[in-house]
Design a protein around this ligand. Structure first.
Ligand SMILES: [Zn+2]
Length: 129
């Protein structure tokens, strides 16, 4: 069985419903690991005990939201495909990028890579060397 350890306090995080965090259950898959004292959190696959990546603290969660706020409009607007956006990131950083697994530093790098192009007319055709 999986053991999920909180990266902040190095204790085992309890497997709970996400109402522990939000006050009510969100989503179909509401089971998560949540370390209440630190606010460190990770969701699970379909209410199993399998965590979706590593546990993230509040700061990391906030940065992931910011990164999504930069990335998602690129493909939601229909100018680019989702795969193309992630391929750009892979080419830039030399590996597969998943926001849900990225730490603060990675999120910052993603944002500084993608955010300036938001102000240009056609980000998809702009080649970075
Ligand atoms: Zn903790």
């Amino acid at each position: 069985m999986n053991k999920v350890i909180c990266p902040k306090c190095h204790k085992e995080a309890p497997w709970v419903e996400n109402k522990e965090r939000y006050g009510k259950n969100y989503g179909k898959s509401y089971m998560c690991y949540f370390c209440r004292p630190c606010g460190t959190y990770v969701g699970c696959h379909n209410n199993t005990r399998k965590p979706l990546g590593e546990m993230a603290d509040k700061e990391t969660m906030e940065w992931r939201i910011k990164a999504h706020a930069v990335i998602d409009p690129l493909w939601r607007g229909g100018k680019m495909k989702r795969e193309e956006v992630y391929r750009m990131l892979r080419e830039k950083f030399g590996r597969e990028i998943h926001i849900g697994e990225s730490n603060v530093k990675m999120c910052e790098q993603i944002i500084s890579f993608l955010a300036p192009s938001r102000h240009k007319n056609n980000p998809s055709n702009k080649k970075h060397r």
